[in-house]
Design a binder for this molecule. Structure first.
Ligand code: CU
Length: 138
């Protein structure tokens, strides 16, 4: 189990590259005809996949959150007043939720899962967090 999670960690940069390439390939696909982008993120096993996403200031984003766990609810919380973002989205086990937002300012912001059972470590303490990087508007 331990070795497995280490291996996964090593694979992450590669996984992110693949995700970035996929995003690159679909970056021109309009979301609801507004020139925005759609990003799909999986939530499961106390991780976000990908756990690093990049967007552009002023460009609308549709974030599709897919909970791949069968019994564990997850969440996507991102508080970044500097970028005009205050997101708190619950995603039930096996469910998919979509949230739309437009980051107002470039920067690097942390997001995390706010779930926690009494007497257990929070999901964030288990490593369920990630990074949103907002590039400056072109
Ligand atoms: Cu969670």
């Amino acid at each position: 189990m331990m070795a497995d999670s280490h291996r996964r960690r090593l694979l992450k940069p590669f996984a992110f590259t693949v995700a970035a390439l996929c995003l690159g390939a679909t970056a021109g696909t309009p979301a609801a005809g507004d020139g925005g982008v759609v990003i799909e993120m999986k939530l499961g096993d106390y991780r976000y996949m990908p756990d690093r996403i990049e967007v552009t200031a002023g460009v609308p984003v549709t974030l599709r959150l897919v909970n791949t766990d069968r019994i564990t609810p997850h969440n996507f919380t991102l508080e970044a007043p500097a970028a005009g973002l205050d997101l708190d989205v619950d995603v039930g086990a096996g469910k998919t939720e979509e949230v739309g937002f437009t980051p107002a300012a470039a920067g690097t912001y942390r997001f995390y899962c706010d779930k926690k059972l009494p007497f257990f470590k929070s999901h964030r303490q288990r490593g369920m967090e990630g990074t949103l990087r907002v590039r400056p508007a072109p």
